[in-house]
Write a protein that binds this ligand. Structure first.
Ligand code: 5GP
Length: 264
């Protein structure tokens, strides 16, 4: 598939169309293509795993759109390099622009990028988890023009009894808590985009996925600001078939401030 995809990328859109049809028919690959075939200038392999079966995900996009995505990724990486502090226990502290003080220009670029990536998925709701996911989700929601629902981490008098819940092990607080979303705000007609600030071991996203699935809603994917690629969450969720798009992926980091990003 690798060979066929790169060949197709170099050649005509007609070939791409043939490729797409053939991979779909043979169920060897899932092609996420949001654009008309004539407009595709670039094709990326976003996930390729060859195990007992044969499995590949391919995303097609316009060259110009791809460049916009690269700019957002560079902005994120610059901020992390400049202001991120690596703490013991694989924690990346980004309090100055993401988790405490918030850089709204950056959030705006992130929102735009999530819309570029998921804008054609007919998203009806963005679901996130308190607290740090809320700001990013709200800015992104202005592009999607949909409501944001955030999962609560504690019981609240504002939440009546009828809730979907799931147990989540917290990466940063080292404890297990129940997340809750009122049944009123999720339905089987919803097409949900999950958004969060960090992806580490994947527990927060798995919990969100679980509550959304309890409601019968469709989850179209997850938009993440920073993925720590050296932890297992990204691989786990992608293997489950969830489309995960991370704006920056940290492949390695150490307490001397060395941070290595994955080229995407
Ligand atoms: P996971 O559930 O994927 O293990 O961790 C994701 C959640 O833990 C995110 O919602 C985020 O709030 C928090 N988190 C995980 N790793 C980090 C980190 O390195 N830095 C910060 N600031 N938060 C993190």
């Amino acid at each position: 598939i690798h060979k066929r995809v790169s060949k197709a990328a170099e050649e005509t859109p007609r070939l791409l169309c043939t490729l797409r049809k053939s991979v779909q028919k043979r169920r060897e690959a899932t092609v996420f293509s949001n654009f008309a075939v004539e407009k595709i200038l670039q094709i990326d392999i976003i996930n390729l795993s060859i195990g007992r079966g044969f499995n590949a995900s391919v995303r097609c996009c316009r060259q110009s759109e791809r460049e916009k995505g690269d700019e957002t990724m560079q902005l994120m990486e610059e901020q992390i390099r400049k202001n991120g502090i690596v703490r013991a226990g694989n924690v990346l502290k980004v309090d100055s622009f993401l988790n405490h003080q918030m850089d709204i220009d950056l959030f705006n670029e992130m929102g735009k990028e999530f819309y570029r990536l998921f804008g054609e998925e007919h998203v009806t709701k963005i679901v996130t988890i308190e607290a740090s996911g809320i700001g990013i989700a709200c800015v992104a929601a202005q592009y999607f023009r949909v409501p944001v629902v955030f999962a609560k981490k504690s019981e609240s008098k504002n939440l009546d009894g009828d809730v979907y819940t799931s147990a989540v092990a917290s990466f940063t607080h080292n404890k297990v808590y129940d997340i809750r979303i009122s049944k009123k705000y999720l339905s089987e007609d919803d097409r949900i985009l999950l958004i969060d600030d960090f992806l580490a071991k994947g527990n927060a996203l798995l919990g969100l996925l679980d509550v959304c699935q309890q409601s019968g809603a469709t989850v179209v994917g997850a938009g993440i600001a920073i993925e720590k690629g050296f932890q297992e969450g990204g691989q786990l969720l992608r293997k489950r078939g969830l489309r995960v798009e991370s704006l920056a992926i940290v492949d390695a980091m150490d307490e001397n401030g060395e941070i290595v990003f994955r080229r995407q």
